[in-house]
Design a protein around this ligand. Structure first.
Ligand code: ADP
Ligand code: MG
Length: 250
């Protein structure tokens, strides 16, 4: 589903991603962990066309992200082509980014109506189903300010799912939450994983990684330091940098 082959990215002289290679198979959950500044968000943003890779190849379902290929040559995607690829990818951020002036349901129906041209009736019906799925069946008419952080994040997940993505990216989805609200969001993500959604999750929740992820990638300083089965990496890290990081978050 996602294939990165020696992906590099700089901001000016700051090399943020240095030859990242990894693969996420369809239906798998990959947890991406590492210290602040190691390039995790930048990597997700490259997958989702919010940043462009400088070198290497990045593809989603075999389609190059940011480029299309004709013979040996690469051509940059036009904005419309990039937008088309991006429709298939859902993203959930640390800050929930809900529209404050719209109800939960109105937040969820915006993209299906505007981007996919879905009727309001159809989008609303689906939004109600998604609200139920994330455990908020009775909150459709609530404004974000009247929902807890955990509830807002669950609405944000429902909003992403409303576009029927084939890939979901989560960038520290529980980092902004009070501790007692983390579990309800992780539970929704766990349920999503169990339905076979392909997911890349940047998180410090090692319990989630151990229980739900198929693979764990530890990044530091823009490189993949080590990766593998989450249980193995967590119980027996091979590199000093991984050990030092895990001793702080476990
Ligand atoms: P992480 O998510 O692992 O904390 P980031 O991908 O956010 O790391 O950032 C990695 C590095 O890239 C940091 O040094 C950060 O300052 C830099 N960076 C991220 N985005 C930008 C940007 N838009 N412009 C310049 N530098 C950036
Ligand atoms: Mg980040």
């Amino acid at each position: 589903m996602v294939h990165a082959d020696r992906v590099s990215k700089s901001f000016g002289s700051n090399r943020v991603l240095k030859s990242i290679s990894l693969t996420v198979n369809t239906g798998e959950v990959l947890c991406l962990v590492g210290p602040s500044g190691s390039g995790k968000s930048t990597f997700l943003r490259c997958i989702n066309h919010l940043e462009r890779v400088d070198a290497g190849r990045l593809s989603v379902e075999g389609q190059l992200v940011g480029y299309r290929q004709k013979g040996e040559k690469l051509y940059e995607l036009r904005p419309r082509e990039a937008a088309f690829q991006r429709r298939e990818i859902g993203m959930v951020f640390q800050r929930f980014n809900l529209f404050p002036h719209l109800t939960a349901l109105e937040n969820i129906i915006q993209a299906p109506m505007r981007v996919k041209g879905m009727s309001k009736a159809k989008a609303s019906k689906r939004a109600v189903e998604l609200m139920e799925r994330v455990g908020l069946g009775d909150k459709a008419g609530h404004y974000p300010a009247h929902l807890s952080g955990g509830q807002q994040q669950r609405v944000a997940i429902a909003r992403a799912l409303a576009m029927d993505p084939k890939l979901m990216l989560f960038d520290e989805p529980t980092s902004a939450l009070d501790p007692e609200l983390v579990g309800e969001v992780l539970d929704v993500m766990k349920e999503l994983a169990s339905t076979g959604m392909t997911m890349i999750v940047v998180t410090h929740e090692m319990g989630f990684a151990r229980e739900v992820a198929d693979s764990l990638v530890f990044m530091d300083g823009g490189v993949v330091v080590e990766s593998g089965n989450p249980r193995e990496v967590l119980s027996n890290p091979q590199h000093g940098r991984t050990k030092a990081f895990l001793s702080k978050v476990l």
